[in-house]
Design a protein around this ligand. Structure first.
Ligand code: ADP
Length: 316
């Protein structure tokens, strides 16, 4: 089967090294780290040895090269990442607060990340893709939205599969059009990867059991619900359910856990593993990634995840 393709924002992330509120004073920062939820996801796919490719754009600058170099090293096909001569690579500055919440300064709308479109190269890649992964966050970027719409139709028409990570936080208000597109995508998902409250939001109903029932009714084939340090749960259409207890780790930087989890689950399944085995690799990928500073710095190779699994306790 053709590669897993992810379309969306590619950014660098720059992280404050102290905990506190906002960015109003000069403070020590670290970075640039390769980032953007879709990029983190595809990096994890590549690291696990799955055929994978990324569609998006960076500027003709060092922040862009941080990303393309990293994805190339991970084994990701970067030929459909365009290099925008006029706009810089997108960026996100992040500072954690004491309660674990985050303050962001984003530059996406006026960056290369918001300016790519359909091209011959993108079309050729989508034509041979076996799986498309969509992050809800990419839907708020008009250019990405357009590419995703077209890509979903092509991949589905040729018998490929679709996974969707809602990746939409409670605070984020979507306009009606984006909300409609989001629901349409969810209904087409072979695999839905919500975390926390996104489950109910994607279903449009309250209560976990009710939301799961509703999503299957809408057409979703499989659901894996991410619960942070409380692990994850697989739900199948026949009422089957598999619990995936979390590994016990010291959390240094929670950003990217869900993306690594999703990339590892999907790739493991596409490489032929059982749901249970894929959940173990996914849980390991998410847990390992939170132990390292930077959104995808802890994404593990198969070997690294095997070592992590062998040496790390899981919650009872
Ligand atoms: P998201 O980043 O999408 O909100 P989560 O925070 O739920 O996703 O993380 C995804 C998965 O990564 C979890 O289901 C869990 O398996 C693993 N994970 C995340 N945070 C931790 C943690 N602190 N300890 C152990 N595992 C974690």
């Amino acid at each position: 089967l053709g590669p897993t393709v992810c379309v969306g924002e590619i950014l660098v992330e720059i992280v404050a090294t102290t905990v506190g509120d906002g960015f109003l004073e000069a403070q020590p920062l670290v970075g640039p780290f390769a980032s953007g939820a879709p990029a983190i996801f595809i990096s994890q796919c590549g690291r696990l040895g799955g055929k994978s490719a990324m569609v998006g754009a960076v500027g003709d600058d060092d922040f862009g090269r941080v990303n393309t170099d990293r994805l190339k090293r991970d084994g990701v096909d970067v030929s459909a990442i365009s290099i925008d001569p006029d706009y810089p690579t997108g960026s996100a500055f992040v500072r954690y607060r004491k309660d674990g919440s985050r303050d962001f300064v984003y530059n996406i709308a006026t960056s290369a990340a918001a300016r790519f479109g359909w091209s011959q190269t993108v079309g050729d890649l989508i034509d041979r893709s076996g799986h498309l992964h969509v992050m809800g966050s990419a839907l708020s970027v008009p250019s990405a939205r357009e590419v995703i719409d077209k890509a979903v139709d092509i991949v589905k028409a040729r018998g490929g599969t679709l996974s969707v990570d809602p990746n939409i936080r409670k605070e984020l208000k979507l306009d009606e059009d984006t909300e409609r597109r989001f629901s349409k995508l969810v209904a087409m998902a072979d695999l839905l990867l919500p975390s926390g409250e996104e489950l109910e939001r994607a279903a449009g109903v309250e209560g976990e059991a009710e939301a799961i029932r509703r999503l299957f009714e809408m057409g979703v084939k499989e659901i894996v619900l991410k619960r942070g340090a409380d692990g994850a749960t697989y739900f199948g259409r026949q009422g089957d359910r598999i619990e995936a207890p979390a590994f016990v780790v010291r959390e240094v930087d929670p950003t990217g856990a869900g993306d690594c989890f999703g990339g590892a689950y999907l790739t493991s399944r596409r490489l032929g593993m059982s749901q249970k085995q894929a959940l173990t690799y996914a849980s390991a990928a998410g847990a390992r990634n939170v132990t390292v500073l930077g959104p995808m710095e802890g994404a593990g190779t198969r070997q690294e995840l095997d070592a992590f699994i062998a040496s790390t306790e899981r919650r009872p």
